[in-house]
Write a protein that binds this ligand. Structure first.
Ligand code: BG6
Length: 490
């Protein structure tokens, strides 16, 4: 564990990720007393600025600090944060950075602190920066770790190349690959829900479950990120990483222990049982102008004839004894009617006979906003007659866990990286197998094997393509019966 004397270096300190996630999370940890004692944070980027300007930026990155204690903590946090500017490609800049880090160490060679390097950078500079850090800024006496973020390549081949280049400089043990969905509270709860509850464990297979949906909905379009997005598309942005991580924890076998490698071994195993996505199991959409909002193609940073999907639904199949025949429907879209990420497990029909049209049980795990779990159960309507009514057993976190702070994903993950716990980071072989599942469909979508398919249009602010209901119906999802179901009397 990096307890004392740690330097955290944020590379790309003036970029979007640092602003929205890294700095707020570092401050959150500092405020709660989770950063190592004597920690120093060094921002590094190309932009030239002095510490005063950098502190101004930090203040603007960190929201919701209204109370006196928070304000005082923010002042302290700024005092331990300093800034160095330099290039990403040239060794000299990194020599300069290293000299500065040594000054912070007290100027003694051989007395270096631990160093945690956070790469909040675009993929084009991942490799030169990783190389330069290793060659010029590696602490000889302390522990070194590097945090990197997606995109990890664009397909299987480019991912393998990227990993290979990074591995020339950093070992797997030193590398922490973030998929921030692994830091979300409800995703972390999956292990407990599944393996600490006999009742859940018993129902968790093809005998009880009809179909599963994992859904990501965002109410805004590419606003300002069109350039990046058009190159990647919704499958690479959300499905191949975030939703696949959720899927693997939802479906893996029980790990031998909570140790990182035991968990990740099981995740890889289940992913290996999934064949590549088929075209017929895919629905692609692209939003069009509606409700006073621009369409995807109206974004100036997007090529005017782009066929890049901003919505995708794909159904995956797991060929193992637990899951054979159960469809896993992954759906993600931008510019939809709401912000919501959830897992919806629909159970099979109850044996018919004594009941008619009884609603199916569903277990819904809401990842965001407002974490919740609810189980749809049929209950006899109280009263002097017999009717089965679909009701809910509701575990909404806000009601059940009052006054508990639910950490931001990045707070939880940076803390894990400081502790050296890899459980919630992505191992190299997980990436490899997730890319294997999606590479053929991505190549097809990009017209690598003929003409590219055109996504169907859906209005900005809608539920998604109108074809969606028929799509999920095809895989067995049945909308719950409205109202009540009568018992069948002979
Ligand atoms: C990122 C994607 O990985 O996740 C973004 O690149 C997306 O496009 C974001 O908006 C969603 O994260 P969250 O935590 O808001 O669900």
């Amino acid at each position: 564990e990096l307890k004392n004397n740690t330097l955290i270096v944020v590379l790309g300190a003036s970029g979007d990720l640092a602003k929205k996630k890294t700095y707020p999370a570092l401050f959150g940890l500092y405020r709660m007393g989770f950063l190592p004692t004597g920690v120093k944070i060094v921002g590094y980027a190309r932009t030239k600025m002095d510490n005063a300007e950098y502190h101004k930026r930090i203040t603007s990155y960190i929201k919701n600090v209204d109370d006196d204690d928070g304000k005082a903590k923010l002042e302290e946090f700024k005092q331990l944060s300093t800034y160095v500017s330099g290039g990403y490609e040239d060794g000299e800049s990194f020599d300069k950075l290293n000299q500065y880090l040594q000054e912070l160490d007290g100027g003694f060679q051989g007395n270096e602190r631990h160093r945690l390097f956070y790469l909040a950078l675009p993929p084009s500079v991942f490799i030169p920066v990783a190389k330069n850090l290793k060659e010029h800024c590696y602490s000889k006496a302390g522990i070194n770790r590097i945090i990197v973020e997606k995109p990890f390549g664009k397909d299987l081949e480019s991912c393998r190349e990227l990993l290979k280049s990074l591995k020339e400089h950093w070992t797997e043990d030193e590398t922490f690959r973030i998929d921030h969905y692994l830091g979300k509270e409800m995703v972390k709860n999956l292990l407990v829900l599944r393996f600490a509850n006999v009742a859940m464990g018993a129902a968790w297979d093809k005998n009880s479950i009809s179909n599963v949906q994992i859904t990501f909905k965002e109410p805004f379009g590419t606003e300002g990120r069109g350039g990046y997005f058009d190159e990647f598309g919704i499958i690479r942005d959300i499905l191949q990483n975030h939703l696949m991580q959720v899927l693997s924890i939802l479906t893996m076998e029980r790990p031998v222990s909570f140790a990182a490698e035991d968990i990740r071994d099981e995740k890889v195993k289940v992913l290996r049982a999934i064949p590549p996505v088929e075209r017929e199991d895919t629905l692609l959409g692209q939003y069009v102008a509606a409700n006073g909002k621009p369409g995807y193609l109206d974004d100036d940073t997007v090529p005017h004839n782009s066929v890049c999907p901003t919505y995708a639904a794909t159904t995956l199949w797991i060929h193992n004894p637990r899951w054979e025949g159960v469809p896993f429907i992954l759906k993600a879209g931008k510019a939809l009617n709401e912000a919501k990420v959830e897992i919806r497990i629909q159970f099979k029909d109850v044996t018919q006979g004594i009941f008619k049209d009884i609603a199916r049980n569903e277990l819904v795990l809401r990842i965001q906003p407002a974490e919740a779990m609810y189980l749809k159960l049929n209950t006899k309507t109280p009263g002097l007659y017999t009717r089965a009514l679909p009701t809910e057993m509701d575990l909404t976190y806000k009601r059940r866990f009052t006054d508990v702070y639910i950490p931001e994903a990045y707070e939880s993950l940076i803390l894990d990286a400081l502790k050296g716990d890899h459980s919630n980071f992505v191992r190299d072989d997980e990436l490899d197998v997730a890319w294997k599942i999606f590479t053929p469909i991505l190549h097809w979508i990009e017209g690598k094997n003929g003409s590219a398919p055109r996504p169907v249009g859906y209005p900005y602010g809608s539920r998604g393509p109108k074809e969606l209901d028929a799509f999920i119906h095809k895989y067995g999802y049945r909308r719950s019966a409205e109202g009540y179901s009568w018992p069948v009397t002979n």
